[in-house]
Design a protein around this ligand. Structure first.
Ligand code: TXA
Ligand code: MG
Length: 319
């Protein structure tokens, strides 16, 4: 069953088509790195600005050599530790990598995903795949094949169903500036894990580095229902009508039980990450007028979850 689907995927991808592929983080909308036509389709289907570069996915660590000029030692150590896995590294691109996938920039983002179907697909292809998350620009990333078909219907000729994504949150994006390792997007590989291996790193994602007013360019990863991230839920005690509340592990006794949704009853941040997008997709199908999320512990994967929730609402409310 899967081998037939994979042969179909090979055919489509070899003929300038896009195919949706499963990864351990989220589903990706994939195309041949060397097909301008297919890359064009990705940007068009997602409605994504051309200024936003695409990640290249490879099936073997060795494939990085042809795509990059050099790989700095600290990034190589991270690759050795975390590939295949949810880590994207930014390296100086070789001439082989088209500027259309780097948005004109000199660096390319590369990762080796950890999903058996996609690794097997990559093994069968004579080219790497570019793949952004398979959602319309600014919407929540898909963590099941159904999320993808709900978004795009027949606009994508093939969705390879690899089951629900095990990790559920996008990869961590790292690169270097002046010999310093920088985290550009927090994700499933935590800053703590990276620091334990290679020493101090700087976090430089939009939220930390730019003073953006709530509701402006920060907004990303959003459900259709207006979403809000709050430090505390006190102010909703007498104002909870039609609101869904998303909390980490414990319900708030001052709010109606049936309007509260927990990410992990046992208080496990990894489980919370795996459940987050699925829950937001589900809540978007209900008739709530607002999704109110309570900030999770700001450590490890909790920081990546808070980052996504902050973007979903376009900011954070501290009261
Ligand atoms: O987990 C993931 O990374 C998923 C799965 C499908 O692999 N992909 C994903 O792709 O989240 P996307 O395109 O939705 O997010 C890629 C992020 C963007 O924030 C983009 O700006 C950054 O990585 N990025 C990619 N290439 C880059 C480059 N050359 N320079 C700077 N940032 C880059
Ligand atoms: Mg995305």
């Amino acid at each position: 069953m899967h081998s037939q689907e994979l042969s179909k995927a090979v055919q489509f991808l070899s003929n300038d088509e896009v195919v949706c592929i499963p990864t351990e983080t989220v589903y990706g909308l994939a195309a041949n790195l060397f097909s301008e036509k297919a890359i064009e389709k990705i940007y068009a289907i997602k409605g994504r600005p051309r200024s936003n570069p695409l990640i290249v996915h490879i099936g073997r660590k060795d494939d990085l050599g042809a795509l990059s000029k050099t790989v700095p030692a600290p990034l190589q150590r991270l690759i050795d530790a975390f590939w295949p896995g949810p880590l994207t590294i930014l390296v100086d691109k070789s001439d082989k990598v088209p500027f259309s996938v780097t948005a004109g920039g000199s660096r390319v983002g590369v990762r080796m995903p950890n999903h058996p179907l996609t690794l097997s697909l990559l093994e069968q292809l004579p080219f790497p795949l570019v793949a952004p998350s398979a959602n319309p620009y600014n919407a929540i990333s898909p963590t099941t094949a159904k999320h993808v078909t709900d978004y795009f219907g027949s606009a994508i000729p093939l969705v390879v169903d690899g089951g629900p994504c095990q990790e559920g949150l996008e990869s961590t994006v790292v690169g270097m500036e002046n010999d310093k390792v920088i985290i550009y997007r927090q994700g499933m590989i935590t800053a703590e894990q990276i620091q334990a291996l290679i020493g101090p790193v700087e976090i430089k994602d939009e939220i930390v580095s730019k003073q953006v007013a709530p509701g402006m360019t920060l907004k990303h990863y959003s459900p259709k229902t207006p979403t809000l991230l709050c430090e505390k839920l006190d102010r909703f005690k007498h104002d909870h009508l039609n609101r869904a509340f998303v909390l980490f592990s414990k319900k708030d006794p001052s709010l109606p039980k049936e309007q509260q949704y927990l990410l992990s009853e046992k208080g496990d941040l990894k489980e919370a990450a795996a459940r987050l997008y699925q829950l937001l997709h589900e809540l978007d199908q209900k008739s709530y007028t607002q999704i109110v999320c309570k900030k999770l512990p700001d450590e490890g994967i909790g920081r990546a979850i808070n980052d996504r929730l902050e973007r979903a609402g376009g900011g954070i409310v501290s009261q």
